[in-house]
Design a protein around this ligand. Structure first.
Ligand SMILES: CC(C)(COP(=O)(O)OP(=O)(O)OC[C@H]1O[C@@H](n2cnc3c(N)ncnc32)[C@H](O)[C@@H]1OP(=O)(O)O)[C@@H](O)C(=O)NCCC(=O)NCCS
Length: 211
């Protein structure tokens, strides 16, 4: 396999959205939002182009990672953070180390650019291999004040989060309404929305508190 990681170009947009749709379809709920989120993210003020990458296998795009600005809020103080998501790999290439290459590459670039920390939401087993820990360890909660297991934090240098606590606010470009996604999805070949076991795991995981 000849692997190449690079920034996304305009000519890649459609392919990247197709791969996102394949990777997320019916995974967390019937259908998915990620192809639409990626589509509108590129024009968002929160998008961080320099550390968002596609990964090619033998010249074909088989995955991507997208970053946006986020923040931690502590009373009247805001701290600038960054977040990734969506991150995805074509289903046929799962567990072959591509996600690891892509995530590691982007973390290294984010370090070089001097960002303090990455905050993301996801399954701990996806991100612990890179050093992410639950927000509770750093006194960082979600906006409702709860420490969820799915809020994962990675400081990008020693002491980056010293004296920082608060709650995280992600970019609103990550939010999508079902109606707008359904409209956008009409640009793609029909796929059936349906129930999958993985949706139950997600439902349980998304309310798990770090106690
Ligand atoms: C999550 C995702 C990007 C990982 O990419 P990948 O190429 O399959 O992952 P890798 O092969 O590089 O795995 C790296 C490590 O992550 C962990 N990991 C990845 N997928 C895992 C899974 N399904 N279960 C448990 N651990 C997993 C493991 O530690 C793995 O190392 P190992 O295979 O040596 O045990 C990919 O599975 C994907 O696109 N999933 C669907 C979309 C999604 O859920 N994205 C994340 C939420 S935004």
């Amino acid at each position: 396999m000849n692997i190449n990681i690079r920034n996304e170009q305009e000519k890649d947009y459609r392919r990247v959205e197709e791969v996102a749709r394949d990777a997320f379809w019916n995974l967390y709920f019937p259908g998915c939002h990620e192809h639409f989120v990626v589509h509108k993210m590129r024009n968002s003020k929160d998008f961080i182009k320099e550390i968002s990458f596609v990964i090619e296998v033998d010249g074909n795009i088989e995955g991507a990672i997208f970053y946006t600005h986020s923040k931690i809020i502590d009373n009247d103080t805001e701290y600038k953070m960054i977040s990734f998501g969506p991150v995805f790999i074509s289903p046929k290439y799962h567990r072959k180390g591509l996600g690891r290459k892509l995530i590691t590459h982007s973390i290294n670039q984010a370090k070089k650019m001097g960002y303090k920390a990455i905050l993301t939401l996801g399954y701990p087993y996806h991100y612990e291999p890179y050093g992410f820990l639950g927000g509770k360890k750093y006194n960082i909660s979600m906006a409702d004040g709860n420490f969820y297991k799915g809020l994962l934090v990675l400081p990008l240098y020693k002491g980056a989060l010293d004296n920082i606590k608060g709650y995280v606010v992600f970019s609103d470009v990550l939010d999508a309404k079902d109606e707008e996604v359904d409209e956008f999805d009409k640009n793609f070949p029909y796929k059936e929305k349906k129930f999958q076991e993985s949706q139950l795991e997600f439902k349980k995981a998304s309310v798990m508190l770090d106690e």
